[in-house]
Design a binder for this molecule. Structure first.
Ligand code: NAP
Length: 285
């Protein structure tokens, strides 16, 4: 029941209509008997500062931030977590006694998903497709655990720019290449983990793949950050040849669970959240 004690969280982005986060978080609040509500707010870039002022004025508990505001919102916050600062993107804000604190829970969400799938990173070479927001968040959290990272960007420059940023903080082998078949054939030969952090294969473009099927091998672990569809073409092809596959649903749920904990101080009911997300995604497609 909404009452005078109800605490408000939410999501700001543009668009927000597709988001599963309101259903996921509201079900989690209800399950734990917390008097919280999570609402979506469509905010255009011109209105971002006003939205932040409104949230401060209304004393909201916190909010998630999605495209296109993950980087531009940082200048309006009072403090930013060190790793989120390095990543250059914030997806969760906590209002702590009037101070707005920024975090990035995408990276921890991805790590949690890998851990749950039993992936061991020690001495592993990872090839990551993409050098955008999700790629940065994943890379900054993964780097200290793995041996080597190869970033395959749409252009070599984009990939090398992320590699250069990472090298400032990690004394590891990190390389940026262009995503093309020859380069990937070479790099995947002795890699154990492949991560897709591009939107290629995401609904409605479900018949596309970010790499050619022939490059997949049965001894690879393939992680796709895309959660819609739950099984992308990349994962389907990888599964068919016997590779271990991990979809983006757990990353979505666990980034939400990390935000939930920051707002409420409680562990989120992740199994319920997964059920809600999967049900919703199955109904969409
Ligand atoms: P983004 O910031 O736009 O980054 C996407 C990156 O992929 C861009 O750098 C883009 O390059 C690059 N790219 C496009 N085509 C490519 C190709 N053929 N080869 C290599 N790189 C290519 O988007 P994002 O926020 O990182 O999101 C990426 C995906 O992750 C989306 O599908 C999103 O839904 C998913 N995601 C999932 C979660 C989750 O919780 N599961 C969380 C965050 C994101 P250009 O900019 O040059 O086009």
């Amino acid at each position: 029941m909404i009452s005078t004690k109800t605490r408000i969280c939410g999501l700001i982005g543009n668009p927000v209509e597709h988001s599963v986060s309101p259903e996921m978080h509201n079900a989690a609040f209800e399950k734990l008997g917390l008097n919280f509500i999570y609402l979506p707010f469509r905010v255009t870039p011109e209105n971002l500062e006003k939205a932040i002022l409104g949230m401060r004025g209304l004393g909201m508990v916190g909010f998630n931030v999605t495209m296109p505001h993950k980087a531009s919102i940082m200048k309006f916050l009072d403090e930013i977590d060190k790793t989120a600062e390095k990543i250059g993107a914030v997806n969760t804000i906590v209002n702590k006694d009037g101070k707005l604190l920024g975090f990035n829970t995408d990276g921890p969400g991805a790590l949690w998903a890998f851990q749950e799938a039993g992936v061991n990173f020690k001495n592993k070479k990872v090839v990551m497709l993409g050098a955008g927001g999700a790629a940065k968040a994943i890379a900054f959290y993964l780097m200290s655990l793995i041996k080597k990272l190869v970033i395959a960007g749409k252009t070599r420059e984009e990939a090398q720019s992320l590699a250069k940023d990472l090298k400032k903080y990690f004394k590891k082998e990190i390389k940026g290449i262009e995503n093309n078949t020859d380069n990937l054939r070479q790099e995947l030969k002795n890699a154990q983990i492949l991560i897709n952090a591009t939107p290629i294969g995401m609904a409605p473009d479900i018949n596309s793949m970010p790499i050619k099927t022939e490059l997949l091998r049965s001894n690879l672990t393939v992680f796709d950050s895309i959660y819609n569809p739950i099984e992308t073409k990349l994962l389907r092809e990888a599964r068919k040849i016997g590779a271990k596959t991990i979809n983006g649903v757990n990353m979505l749920v666990y980034q939400g669970a990390e935000a939930f904990k920051l707002w409420t101080g409680k562990n989120a009911p992740v199994e319920l959240m997964k059920k809600i997300v999967i049900k919703r995604l199955k109904n969409v497609n």
